[in-house]
Design a protein around this ligand. Structure first.
Ligand SMILES: [Zn+2]
Length: 377
């Protein structure tokens, strides 16, 4: 390993480090290392997003607008590793997988019911057809997307846990989603089992502190405890303002920072990190952790229409994060399980669990990753 001793803080990043200093001291020194390379510092801080006027119709910065074109390589993380950054995980795991599910739908919208019915008929699966179409006449908990236990049981087989991000607003760009109050007992059962509940900030929340606080309060009232994690719907995010608002709302971590239009490493990191605000030519560390999003189901299947291609790129990402001892954050929407016209999507998720299990990855919630890293940043 190449070491530039003059860049290393006194003993802090060397082997045998005791991480008792807490978030801040160590991260300051990581900043110093990254800043030795201006190009990587600009990538790490997402400098181009401060000045770019380009946004898509959802007001998101896309990879297509970026001047950085090596999104599949965690360049900043690798630079830190080359300069002495070390991280370990429980049970001698060489890397971690942060499993998450945005809960966008609890009840299939009409178009989903139609596509699922067609798919069931094609496969001559009439029992499933009945279930997809007639659940409304029985009980709302019979909805095909009321599937949290199913997802948790699947993950449990691989010794994994995950985070479910729930919507807690009635306003949305497309349609009303669900009342979080209807899910009170589900939320309780998710946290009782050791999985995590976080806030899936509404479409209009990412730049509005009042809205973030209202949604957080609503979810916490139903859950009966504080939430620590956040991801915004549609991955809407403004660097660095959204981090500042989330820190003000006392979230501990965010995991929105990934691209809608491609999979990979938006700021060159495959490790959780402490973001900075570089407005006004100053470097101001922000009081929140980012667990960057790397692999999202819809983005993957939109970019790679062929299942085998999607699986190949997924394996490359897993192998890349493994060799960098990082955290692979995955977002697999809960409504893509038990969805007959997207069978390949849940199949690929299962293949990810199998592949990572065989590699002895630590597969866990955002909150567990946060607590593991908090003393290490
Ligand atoms: Zn969403």
């Amino acid at each position: 390993m190449r070491m530039q001793k003059d860049l290393l803080p006194k003993g802090i990043l060397h082997e045998g480090l005791k991480y008792e200093k807490g978030m801040g001291v160590i991260m300051d020194q990581l900043y110093d290392i990254i800043r030795q390379n201006q190009e990587l510092w600009d990538l790490y801080t997402r400098k181009e997003e401060y000045t770019s006027q380009r946004r898509d119709r959802y007001d998101c910065f896309r990879y297509a607008y970026s001047t950085h074109q090596e999104v599949r390589k965690p360049l900043v993380s690798r630079y830190l590793l080359d300069h002495g950054y070390k991280i370990e995980y429980p049970n001698n795991s060489s890397f971690a997988v942060c499993l998450t599910h945005d809960v966008d739908e609890i009840y299939p919208p009409p178009i989903h019911s139609l596509l699922s019915s067609i798919s069931c008929i094609r496969n001559l699966d009439f029992d499933r057809f009945k279930n997809q179409l007639f659940w409304k006449f029985r009980d709302k908990v019979k909805s095909p997307y009321w599937n949290f236990n199913e997802i948790m049981e699947l993950e449990e087989k691989y010794g994994a846990k995950s985070t479910f991000f729930f919507i807690a607003t009635n306003v949305d760009i497309r349609r009303f989603r669900y009342n979080i109050e209807d899910l009170k007992s589900e939320l309780g059962s998710i946290v009782d089992k050791g999985w995590e509940v976080g806030l899936h900030g509404g479409y209009y929340a990412f730049n509005n502190l009042g809205e973030i606080l209202r949604e957080k309060d609503r979810l916490e009232k139903v859950l009966g405890r504080k939430v620590t994690g956040y991801r915004n719907h549609y991955l809407r995010f403004k660097v660095p303002d959204s981090w500042k608002l989330l820190a003000q709302a006392e979230f501990k971590y965010d995991t929105t920072l990934g691209y809608q239009d491609t999979v990979g490493f938006r700021n060159g990191m495959c490790h959780p990190f402490r973001p900075v605000d570089i407005s006004n030519d100053e470097v101001v560390p922000l009081d929140i952790m980012e667990i960057p999003l790397i692999l999202m189901d819809g983005t993957l299947f939109n970019s790679f229409k062929n299942f085998n291609d999607a699986w190949e790129i997924t394996k490359i990402l897993i192998d890349t994060v493994e060799s960098s001892k990082g955290v692979l954050t995955i977002n697999w929407h809960s409504n893509n399980f038990n969805c007959p016209f997207k069978e390949e999507w849940s199949k690929l998720y299962k293949m990810i669990l199998e592949y990572c299990y065989a590699k002895n990855a630590w597969m866990t919630t955002g909150d567990a990753i946060y607590h593991h890293y908090i003393g290490r940043l």
